[in-house]
Design a protein around this ligand. Structure first.
Ligand SMILES: Cc1cc2nc3c(=O)[nH]c(=O)nc-3n(C[C@H](O)[C@H](O)[C@H](O)COP(=O)(O)OP(=O)(O)OC[C@H]3O[C@@H](n4cnc5c(N)ncnc54)[C@H](O)[C@@H]3O)c2cc1C
Length: 477
């Protein structure tokens, strides 16, 4: 028996866009299933607009928007609390317009990173790819401040179209006009594109995405080191990053991460992109290879020149990292299958469990030593061994991607949830705060926001913009 609001909306937008269920299927993290009131899968902006406008008439209605919902490790499609309607936007999936020469594309929430990658193949432009599935949403990931191989995805968003809780549709940031204007997201006055990232101020219906020029030459260097050399290694890598030796996000997979993501190395592996003008790339590559050759901290250094027709090697991680740096998603789902044993549409349904914890650290040897000390403590306390990839976003910031792979049906399942709580507590105690949160830890948002006045201001804005509290993805409120 459908509830009133579901029936009301079904009569307006069509029965096939409305699903009467009380729970979502399993999620890959085995977080408890919230009770929901139903699912809407609108296939047009008009239908979505009708849902938001009708919601205002049903007091207490809460709408939880997702794009494709592959937020694996942080809650997948789950909301933070019971009682909302899930709004799945995967059927709103047009690439409305693209101008390769000027370097922009207008995409809807259901557009995947794989679709954009394919469209740009053979052109002078590419997008910033993440290591997640080719079938994940470009916009969804960017709105949660996901991180690509080149940089954090929010930097790729230059304009947004948003349905506000009052039903009004607005456009913020840069949008193409008949004249060729410079792509600049801030405009004049308050800068609003970032206002809608990690927020519950509206439902984003389209975004203008920046396309990036392909460099003349791209090399990916790969070399190993052992944990005992963490101090000199981090000192050296920080020096290289701060002197702009590399481009994009410098990535290190530790020994546990190498195993869980299906790499062949049993130690720590650095993946470093050097790109730009051909002669500069040759010179920098030579310099790093020579350094690795004579140093006693790095070993097994190799350089691969990558382009769209790159021939894959034997390491699943290296294949992904190399291809993704040139905007190619061909290897993303190979790594996903190796890591979680399933295709993208089955990830939430198998017994293979996955949890992410995503703190930011200063790019210093001390911070990394402390982080590994905490990971060891948690291993001793809970028996759960976390893997980590160390991602240098810039000369000062490490995005430490901590993952736990587990079996949902085994006795280790409750211990993984305990380990996740410990990660939040122990990292926060040391000033290492997460930049994204999972559905089970939304209460940390106000704890880690440095000032109470900022928390108050965000809540005041929420009550002004959404007085009926219709939009429910409040993970960061
Ligand atoms: C093996 C593996 C590798 C991964 N690698 C990466 C990686 O390199 N980088 C990375 O960032 N993540 C990574 N992930 C995590 C995750 O899979 C990605 O972040 C994925 O892109 C998120 O799913 P989605 O793009 O479909 O976004 P969604 O799940 O649709 O959206 C994410 C969140 O954004 C908000 N949102 C989405 N759409 C809207 C909207 N239209 N309006 C308002 N709010 C909205 C919602 O709160 C939603 O929960 C990885 C996961 C795995 C398992």
């Amino acid at each position: 028996m459908k509830n009133d609001f579901l029936q009301h909306v079904a009569a307006r937008i069509g029965d096939n866009c409305v699903i009467n269920v009380n729970y979502l299927p399993d999620n890959v993290s085995n977080f408890y299933k919230r009770k929901i009131k139903g699912i809407f899968r609108p296939n047009s902006l008009t239908a979505l607009s009708q849902i938001v406008n009708e919601a205002k008439k049903y007091s207490g209605t809460r709408l939880h928007p997702i794009s494709i919902g592959y937020n694996w490790g942080l809650g997948s499609k789950e909301d933070i609390a019971d009682g909302s309607y899930l709004i799945e936007l995967d059927n709103i999936n047009a690439i409305r317009k693209i101008n390769i020469e000027q370097g922009w594309a207008i995409v809807e929430p259901g557009v995947t990173q794989g679709q954009l990658s394919t469209l740009l193949k053979g052109t002078g432009k590419m997008i910033n790819i993440t290591a997640s599935s080719a079938y994940s949403s470009f916009l969804g990931n960017a709105l949660d401040r996901g991180v690509g191989l080149r940089h954090q995805r929010t930097e790729d968003l230059v304009g947004l179209e948003v349905i506000l809780p009052n039903g009004k549709i607005i456009r913020v940031g840069w949008w193409p006009t008949e004249q060729h204007t410079a792509i600049y997201s801030h405009g004049v006055g308050p800068s609003l594109v970032q206002f809608f990232a990690q927020s519950s101020f509206g439902i984003v219906t389209a975004g203008v995405v920046k396309l990036h020029s392909r460099p003349e030459l791209t090399n990916i260097l790969r070399f190993n080191f052992s944990r005992s050399n963490l101090i000199p290694v981090i000192t050296t890598l920080q020096h290289w990053v701060s002197n702009r030796v590399n481009s994009g996000v410098l990535k290190i997979y530790d020994s546990t991460a190498n195993t869980t993501y299906g790499g062949i190395d049993s130690t720590y592996t650095v993946h470093m992109c050097i790109d730009g003008l051909e002669k500069d790339v040759y010179a920098k590559t030579q310099h790093i290879l020579e350094y690795c050759e004579i140093s006693d901290i790095f070993s097994n250094a190799v350089a691969s020149q990558v382009n769209e027709d790159h021939y894959p090697g034997s390491d699943i991680i290296a294949n992904l990292v190399e291809a993704a740096h040139v905007g190619d998603t061909s290897f993303n789902d190979v790594l996903l299958k190796k890591t979680l044993g399933a295709k993208h549409d089955m990830i939430d349904k198998t017994d293979n469990g996955w949890i992410f914890f995503l703190p930011l650290l200063p790019f210093t040897p001390d911070a990394l030593l402390k982080a590994y000390e905490i990971i060891d403590e948690i291993h001793a306390e809970s028996g759960i061994l976390c893997g980590a990839t160390i991602n240098a976003l810039n000369e000062g910031v490490i995005d430490l991607v901590i993952s736990i792979a587990f079996n949902k049906k085994s006795e280790e399942q409750p211990r993984t949830l305990h380990a996740l709580d410990l990660l939040h507590e122990k990292f926060q105690e040391n000033g290492f705060i997460p930049y994204r949160l999972g559905v089970n830890h939304s209460e940390w948002a106000s704890k880690i926001t440095p000032s109470d006045s900022e928390n108050d201001f965000i809540r005041e804005l929420k009550s002004l913009i959404d007085p009926q509290n219709i939009i429910s993805n409040d993970r960061y409120l």
